[in-house]
Ligand binder design. Structure first.
Ligand code: NAP
Ligand code: MG
Length: 407
């Protein structure tokens, strides 16, 4: 190619990962990015071997790098369990890198599906992507639980650190065996979640929807509502109005009913448990895990883009045996395009944003043209022109489309 490469002005933090996604990562870079872009990449290898070698310091370094440069892109990584400790002879069961990075950036994870015309969503009315933001702190994920063996009184107690008066409430007078659970959240975490949601919705130019059960939970869930409302009034109301956007709060059950009847195109902010459950529902309703993108947004305006899926271990083992796989690289490609768009926006380099848009269009048109991996063939509208391709063939097909768009 004799064309001049597009210059990406500022540094991008590149975070490599594991297994099949690591293999595809290299292919995406070699075939789709490096031939066209002049990039300054600051590379962090979060492959499990490297994390073990560095006692996981590399993960914190990667998070610090995102804080420094503002924008990063991450490959999927193994979260070790007992089997992985054995497989990789690890020093210890290192924590989830995503958890570590999320904590370091105080970020919220937003997910959105990639829509293609020939894969209709399970819900017929959905025409636009439904973005989902999950609060990733507290509630049932950081609970205290008791199996109540028999009759007895249970109480909720708060002891102020400043020696002030004790607050005590009876939860239940048990007449027989039962169960008991204590959960909490903090104003700080909810406020930072709210800020991340308004930031993302404003960035993406989509309305923000939020629902809680504040009619029943008049203190706990009501606090979420109140904090969102305050954040909106203080920092976003005018901006949203100017951009023609809406902040819409309603009861969580009403939210779900309305989402099912909507045509999509909103950010749905979810409390921790709602987000856990609803993001899986949305993922499968839109067709495939490999068509779901993900971005971590920090309240200070740092961004980390990735695919929602994992390292696709089963395909990797096939690959290691020398067999060909048909693994879908769409979400990885969109992680890179998302990151490039954000870099271009911040740097004010429209040619980089334009490249990222063309890359996305090339990937979408490839699938819409019937060239797709095994996971999509199963859910796409049947068509004689549909052709199942191997991992590398798909990326090559996207590369070809991209080249013609860049001419
Ligand atoms: P996974 O990697 O998402 O894969 C689960 C299954 O989904 C695959 O076996 C495959 O189904 C299908 N699939 C996922 N992505 C695909 C793609 N790009 N193309 C085609 N099919 C795809 O989840 P997992 O197997 O439970 O986890 C594997 C490893 O990933 C674990 O070690 C976990 O810790 C890690 N993980 C990392 C992240 C992250 O870094 N963000 C997220 C989740 C999991 P078939 O086998 O039926 O084809
Ligand atoms: Mg879940």
């Amino acid at each position: 190619m004799s064309q001049k490469k597009i210059n990406v002005k500022s540094t991008i933090v590149e975070i490599d990962g594991d297994e099949m996604t690591r293999i595809m990562w290299q292919m995406v870079k070699d075939r789709l990015l490096l031939p066209h872009l002049d990039m300054k990449l600051e590379y962090y290898d979060l492959g499990l071997k490297k994390r073990d070698e560095t006692d996981d310091k590399i993960t914190l370094e990667a998070a610090e790098a995102i804080k420094k440069h503002g924008v990063g892109v991450k490959c999927a990584t193994i979260t070790p369990n007992k089997a992985r400790v054995e497989e990789y002879k690890l020093k210890q069961e290192w924590k989830s890198p995503n958890g570590t990075i999320r904590a370091a950036l105080d970020g919220t994870v937003f997910r959105a599906p990639i829509l293609v015309k020939n894969i209709p969503p399970a819900v017929r009315t959905w025409k636009k992507p439904i973005h989902i933001g999950r609060h990733a702190y507290g509630d049932v994920y950081k609970n205290a639980e008791i199996r109540v063996p028999g009759p007895g009184k249970s109480e909720l107690v708060y002891t102020p650190a400043d020696g002030g008066g004790l607050v005590k409430l009876t939860i239940q007078d048990f007449k027989g065996p039962g169960i008991l659970q204590g959960i909490h959240n903090t104003d700080k975490s909810i406020a930072s979640f709210a800020r991340a949601c308004f930031t993302y919705a404003y960035d993406m130019k989509v309305p923000l929807w939020f629902g809680t059960k504040d009619t029943i939970s008049k203190t706990y869930d009501a606090q979420f509502r109140k904090i969102f409302e305050e954040e909106y009034r203080k920092n976003w109301e005018q901006k949203f109005k100017d951009a023609g956007l809406e902040y819409f709060f309603t009861l969580i059950d009403d939210t779900i009913a309305r989402i099912m009847r909507s045509e999509g195109g909103m950010l749905w902010a979810c409390k921790n448990y709602d987000g856990d459950v609803m993001s899986d529902m949305l993922g499968s309703a839109y067709g495939s895990l490999a068509m779901m993108t993900s971005v971590l947004v920090s309240p200070s305006g740092f961004y980390e883009f990735e695919a929602s899926h994992g390292t696709v271990q089963k395909h990797y083992y096939k690959h290691l045996k020398g067999e060909k796989t048909s693994t879908n690289s769409m979400a990885l490609i969109f992680a890179w395009s998302g990151c490039l768009k954000k870099r271009g926006e911040i740097d004010k380099t429209p040619d980089v944003v334009d490249f990222a848009n063309k890359l996305e269009a090339a990937a979408i048109e490839t699938v819409e043209g019937g060239v797709m991996t095994a996971d999509l063939i199963k859910v796409a509208d049947p068509d004689p022109k549909n052709k199942q391709v191997y991992t590398e063939e798909f990326i090559d097909a996207v590369a070809k489309k991209l080249e013609s768009k860049l001419k």
